[in-house]
Design a protein around this ligand. Structure first.
Ligand code: EPZ
Length: 415
């Protein structure tokens, strides 16, 4: 549970941690080699801890210390990833492709339900089947067998981040050439490609949405530094935009958040970019916006909830259209309890502002919704208690400490 005394301005600098959504597939890639790896700048968050537990269950020897993961998987003890691992982090689906590629078999528990909407995996399974894997779903497990994966020319029916990552990793050990078309283009995929190339994989990313891989074997182990987390960075940039705040976010990549910076500027918020430090001056008058979430380089769905909170303070009607997931507006109910005026109609939320927010007990439903509710608590009058706040610690490293460093009065209590 997180307890926040609202109404205190945020001033100062905050440093961005490594990107959870880059580190997760990169840790899974360790399965593709029996050599030693050092993955640096890994955020110490729950999803990473779950992935490391899953890899240790498969046979990994791992040490996670001060942001550095030293890991190797000399041999695979089992090809089965148990439900308790998968249920807590959906990213364990990323073990499917590498496991099949390395051992020829995999048994991964079907990820449980997810609060932000239907999280299908048909693209993952279809691509692996086309590579020669026999895959069936039985008793809530995905069970796959593939004596030898072979390269394919595959066009994704829709953009999928982990779908692209799963097939990309599998293709590195498949026989022959794989061409993946309609790939996701998130920066985390570019970072995964640079890791795989460092391991010796032959990958050409043709800049747009096509990735070509020459399958091989005997991939090496390497040392790799994870890119900064653009969603964490975006969350703090949005925090800086509220009236009275003045926040500098350091160590991120401004090129990974250009569309957010444009949106903040369009709403009248002053943003100064200077190398890898970005300063946001809170605006007294925030102008309403129309925002649509899209795959990268569009507006990230993972910043939609946080932007919704900001727009409760905009003067007039804003509209946010969520095009990626079909149930990612649950934070609007909780913001409404604090006094926000938001109506949701299908895939669009209309936000009328500005509305003063009042602190009260609220419930976090998912990772990014919990960040949005914390932002609400920071500007609300009085005390806000965010329950189910473990969601937050799945993906934000040291968030309460980082916010206290900016002047927030926030603390974590046992639920
Ligand atoms: C990744 O999830 C991220 N997670 C999510 O971040 C992020 O919200 C999402 O990409 C979109 O950017 C990680 O990288 C670990 P998708 P992923 O496959 O890969 C449909 C966070 O907050 N789809 O790109 O699971 C799917 O239903 C998390 O850090 C299929 O239909 O998302 C969704 O509507 C939340 N079939 C859309 O595509 C498939 O086989 C995008 O999903 C796969 C996906």
């Amino acid at each position: 549970m997180i307890r926040i005394q609202g109404g205190r301005p945020l001033h100062g600098s905050v440093a961005v941690s490594g990107a959870k959504n880059a580190a997760l597939p990169e840790l899974a890639s360790v399965l593709l080699s029996d050599r030693s790896f050092k993955i640096r700048n890994v955020p110490d968050v729950a999803d990473i801890r779950v992935m490391l537990r899953a890899l240790e269950g498969l046979g990994a020897e791992a040490d996670f210390n001060e942001g550095d993961v030293e890991i190797r998987i000399p041999g695979i003890n089992t090809c089965s990833v148990p439900p308790e691992i998968v249920r807590t982090s959906r990213a364990s689906i990323l073990l499917l492709g590498p496991l099949l590629a390395r051992t020829g078999e995999a048994r991964v528990s079907l990820p449980g339900g997810c609060p932000i909407g239907d999280r299908k995996f048909d693209f993952h399974l279809e691509g692996l089947r086309r590579m020669g894997a026999r895959i069936r779903v039985e008793d809530d497990f995905i069970v796959g067998r593939a004596p030898r994966l072979r390269g394919i020319d595959y066009t994704f029916p829709g953009v999928s981040v982990t779908g692209t990552e799963n097939l990309l990793m599998a293709a590195c050990l498949a026989e022959g050439e794989t061409i993946l078309r309609g790939c996701a283009r998130e920066p985390e995929i570019g970072d995964l490609i640079s890791l795989l190339r460092g391991m010796g994989a032959q990958i050409v990313s043709e800049g747009n949405d096509v990735i070509r891989v020459q399958g091989g074997s005997g991939l090496a182990g390497i040392t790799h530094r994870v890119i900064p987390d653009r969603i964490e960075m975006g969350t703090y940039l949005i925090a800086g935009g509220f009236p009275g705040n003045d926040v500098t976010v350091e160590g991120g990549d401004p090129d990974a958040v250009t569309i957010l910076i444009s949106a903040l500027r369009e709403s009248g918020i002053r943003v100064e970019s200077n190398g890898n430090a970005i300063r946001v001056h809170g605006a007294d008058r925030i102008l309403p916006l129309n925002v649509e979430t899209e795959p990268f380089p569009g507006f990230p769905t993972d910043l939609q909830a946080q932007m919704t909170t900001l727009l409760t303070q905009a003067e007039g009607e804003s509209r946010i259209k969520e095009n990626i997931f079909d149930n990612r507006f649950q934070h609007t109910v909780e913001l409404g309890r604090m006094g926000a005026s938001i109506c949701v109609d299908g895939d669009t939320a209309c936000i009328n502002g500005p509305t003063p927010l009042r602190g009260c007990p609220i419930h976090a439903t998912d990772l990014r919704a919990s960040a949005a509710l914390v932002l609400g608590g920071l500007i609300a009058s009085g005390e806000t208690v965010v329950r189910n706040a473990d969601q937050l610690f799945r993906g934000y490293e040291n968030l309460p400490e980082k916010l206290r460093g900016l002047g927030a009065q926030i603390r974590v209590e046992k639920e």
